[in-house]
Ligand binder design. Structure first.
Ligand SMILES: Cc1ncc(COP(=O)(O)O)c(C=O)c1O
Length: 397
């Protein structure tokens, strides 16, 4: 194994390209190869002994570690400012591994209610079967999050900005609370990416990502990432190895390639998103726009403090309700209707029929979502083209 170069003195744009990857040496490939193998040859029995002791720094079996996967992990550790990172088969696998690393039967988790729908289902439907109870904090009660802790709380789970109304919580303050209560603070940083927000610097213990979204960036892979201290990542890797949530080397290569352009994609998409949010805000058919970059967004000041820019997601409510939202979505020509986000292509999603399907009216109300709510994942196309298409679709709405 060659040692990757040290990029600690470099900025994120440079780390996206160079961290975790070595391009030196005679006839070295400029890109990291896909090491497409499930297993590695050991030179001799002494080699097996060294591996068992954990001091060989070599590879044995791809579920435990693989050079292409290591490159992703080192790049992500550099971007999140972490001691170590772990790549997983999906964002959900990253969450499960984080929970298994920090909690056991009898423990409790305090989680924001506004987290990704799949996370809510994992916490409500799966963790109780393992004896882990989750207490959800509604957004309006976030200032009283302390009240949701008990002697048994081992983890606090946060997400900012949230889906789809892009609420932002004060991560530094909540991390301090978690630390005071001796809980492991986990932040889902999927919507912000490490280019815009670094939760570990704000006091979090672990960061998780659905790498399926912006990190991959091209809607062509499913993966997850965790980052944090070496201690937490060792614990998480031990769980990942036994739970089997490893990422395939081919997928790791795609993720590595996507990460190289993360910085420029984020910069361009943030610029597009602000223009789109400002345009929507002026439109007579639009009742409300959710974008933290707008000065009237409830979390504008928090977002300004803890993020470098305001993100690539924009949501809005149509004045005439659900029927108008459906007509708008069906009239779009350039924006694809697709229930994911974070790709180079702009996509639209309809939360009440996707991420928030099956929730009661009361639950939707707590989350600030209605049938009139449309969510946009802004890509890197020409902003005028995107706005032009939205404009014609709004005329049909
Ligand atoms: C914020 C957030 N976290 C986690 C996940 C789960 O990630 P994955 O679909 O890669 O398992 C998603 C997926 O939509 C997400 O949006």
């Amino acid at each position: 194994m060659t040692k990757p170069r040290d990029n600690t003195q470099h900025a994120d744009a440079t780390r996206c390209i160079h961290s975790g990857e070595d391009r030196h040496g005679q006839s070295a490939p400029l890109t990291t190869p896909i090491v497409q193998t499930s297993v590695f040859v050991v030179p001799d029995v002494e080699g097996l002994r060294r591996y068992a002791k954990g001091d060989s720094g070599e590879y044995l079996y791809s579920r435990y570690g693989n050079p292409t996967v290591t490159a992703v992990e080192e790049k992500m550790a550099a971007l999140e400012g972490a001691e170590a990172a772990l790549a997983t088969s999906s964002g959900m696998a990253a969450e499960m591994v984080a929970v298994l690393a920090a909690c056991q039967a009898g423990d409790e988790i305090v989680s924001m209610l506004d987290v990704y729908g799949g996370t809510v289902k994992l916490f409500e439907q799966v963790l109780p079967r393992c004896g882990i109870k989750v207490r959800f904090v509604p957004h309006r009660d976030i200032k009283n999050a302390d009240r949701y802790f008990s002697r048994k709380t081992r983890m606090m789970f946060l997400e900012s900005p949230t889906n789809p109304t892009l609420r932002c919580v004060d991560l530094a303050a909540l991390c301090e609370l978690g630390r005071k209560r001796k809980a492991c603070v986990v932040v889902d940083n999927t919507f912000a990416t490490p280019v815009l927000q670094k939760p570990l610097e704000l006091g979090a213990d672990m960061v998780i990502h659905s790498a399926t979204k912006y990190l991959g960036g091209h809607s062509d892979l499913t993966a997850g990432v965790l980052a944090g201290s070496k201690k937490w990542m060792d614990a998480a890797r031990a769980m990942m190895i036994l739970a089997g949530g490893c990422v395939d080397p081919g997928c790791a290569y795609l993720l590595l390639r996507g990460l190289k352009t993360l910085h420029v994609r984020v910069e361009r998409a943030c610029r597009n998103a602000l223009r789109i949010a400002e345009t929507l805000q002026q439109h007579p058919k639009v009742a409300r726009v959710y974008y933290p970059g707008l000065p009237n967004h409830e979390a504008h000041e928090v977002a300004r403090r803890q993020m470098k820019d305001f993100g690539m997601m924009v949501s809005f409510d149509l004045r005439s309700g659900g029927r108008a939202a459906e007509r708008f979505i069906d009239s779009l020509k350039l924006w694809y209707l697709a229930p994911s986000l974070g790709g180079v292509e702009s996509t639209v999603s309809y939360p009440v029929l996707t991420s928030h399907i099956g929730l009661s009216t009361k639950q939707l109300e707590l989350l600030g979502v209605s049938a009139a709510t449309v969510r946009l994942s802004v890509g890197i196309e020409d902003a005028d083209d995107l706005i032009g298409d939205m404009d014609q679709a709004l005329r049909q709405a």
